[in-house]
Design a protein around this ligand. Structure first.
Ligand code: BTN
Length: 298
C-alpha cells in the first residue's frame, strides 16, 4: 500500500547507503547495531520506492529507484544540508507551512506536490507533480534572512550550472533561464523568540510545464533526485565561502544590476536604475532596499 507520508530517519539513511554499496543483511545489521529482522522490516518499507534484489551469498543490490525517491532525497540532505530528519509527503498543503508547524532546525520537508504552495508576496505557487518542492530549516546564526536569501538563490543558480545549463538571478533570488523563471524561493523567519528558525522554501520547475515560466526539462532531461542533490551540494559549498566571495559570485549571476527596475517594497513603489551593494541589498536612486518585488523594465 502507498504511504501518504514517509519519515526518513538517520537509520534508514545508513541502511540505504549500505545497500547502495552492496552490503549483506548481516553487514547492515552490524552497522546499525540492530537485529537482521529490524533491517529486513525497514528494507521492506524502502521497497515502495527502491527496487532491491537480495541474493544469497551476495547481499542486497539496488536495481531501480523511483523519481523522486525519499531515501535518495534524504541521503543528499543528510550529507550536505546538515539535515537530521526528513518528512516526505506524496502531497501536502505547503512545505513551508509544515516547517512552520514543526518548528525545529535541521529538518527537511519535501513534497511530490502541494495543494497550497505559497510564493513571495502572498502569491500562489503552482505545485503539480514533476516539480521540486521542499523546505529546510536552519538555526539563524550567521544566516540572517537577507544573507540566506542570497545564498539560496546562488545555490540554485550554481546547481543549474553544474547540470550544464546557464542560469541567471533576478534580485533577490528568482532563478531564470533565458529570462524565464525556473525557480522561486521563499525564506521565512519562524519559531519562538528563544528558538527562532529560518525556513528556506524552494520550488524548482523540473518536468512540470508552464506558460510564462520555464522548466529544466525544456533544456535537459534530469531527475528530481539529481537536481535536488546538485542543490544540496551547491548549498553546502557556498555556505562554506566567505561573504565577500558569496556576494562576488552572486553579482556575477544577478542580471538586475544596471537594469531600470520597478520595485514594490513594503513602503511603496520605487523606480530607477538598480545596483546590488555588498550586503546583497538593492540600491535604487540612492535608496537601499532590503526586501521587495523587483521587475526589470529595461
Ligand atoms: C516565489 O514566489 O518566487 C517563491 C516560491 C517558493 C515556492 C516554494 S515550493 C516549496 C515551498 N513551499 C511553499 O509553499 N513555497 C515554497
Amino acid at each position: 500500500m502507498q504511504r501518504i507520508s514517509i519519515r526518513v530517519k538517520k537509520i534508514d539513511y545508513i541502511i540505504y547507503k549500505e545497500i547502495k554499496k552492496g552490503a549483506s543483511g548481516e553487514d547492515v545489521a552490524r552497522k546499525i547495531e540492530k537485529s537482521r529482522v529490524s533491517v529486513w522490516k525497514r528494507i521492506k518499507k524502502m521497497r515502495e520506492f527502491v527496487e532491491i534484489e537480495a541474493k544469497k551469498g551476495y547481499g542486497y543490490r539496488i536495481i531501480h529507484e523511483k523519481d523522486p525517491n525519499p531515501y535518495a532525497i534524504a541521503e543528499a540532505a543528510f550529507d550536505f544540508l546538515g539535515t537530521e530528519e526528513v518528512f516526505y509527503f506524496r502531497s501536502t498543503d505547503s512545505t513551508n507551512e509544515r516547517a512552520k508547524k514543526f518548528s525545529k532546525p535541521n529538518i527537511l520537508f519535501f513534497a511530490e506536490k502541494q495543494t497550497e504552495g505559497r510564493g513571495r508576496w502572498g502569491r500562489r505557487w503552482e505545485s503539480d507533480l514533476g516539480g521540486l518542492y521542499f523546505s529546510f530549516t536552519l538555526k539563524p546564526h550567521f544566516e540572517e534572512l537577507q544573507k540566506i536569501t542570497i545564498v539560496s538563490g546562488l545555490a540554485v543558480a550554481e546547481a543549474i550550472m553544474d547540470l550544464g545549463l546557464r542560469a541567471e538571478l533576478k534580485w533577490p533570488n528568482d532563478v531564470l533561464i533565458d529570462g524565464k523563471k525556473v525557480c522561486g524561493i521563499l525564506c521565512e523567519l519562524s519559531g519562538t523568540y528563544e528558538e527562532p528558525i529560518v525556513i528556506v522554501g524552494v520550488g524548482i520547475n523540473v518536468r512540470n510545464k508552464f506558460e510564462n515560466a520555464t522548466s529544466l526539462c525544456d533544456y535537459k532531461v534530469c531527475s528530481l533526485n539529481l537536481v535536488f542533490k546538485k542543490f544540496c551540494e551547491s548549498f553546502q559549498r557556498i555556505s562554506n565561502l566567505s561573504w565577500r566571495e558569496i556576494i562576488l559570485r552572486y553579482k556575477n549571476f544577478c542580471k538586475t544590476s544596471g537594469k531600470f527596475v520597478r520595485v514594490l517594497t513594503p513602503h511603496g513603489v520605487v523606480e530607477g536604475f538598480a545596483e546590488i551593494d555588498d550586503d546583497g541589498a538593492l540600491l535604487v536612486n540612492g535608496r537601499k532596499i532590503l526586501a521587495g518585488d523587483c521587475l526589470h523594465l529595461r
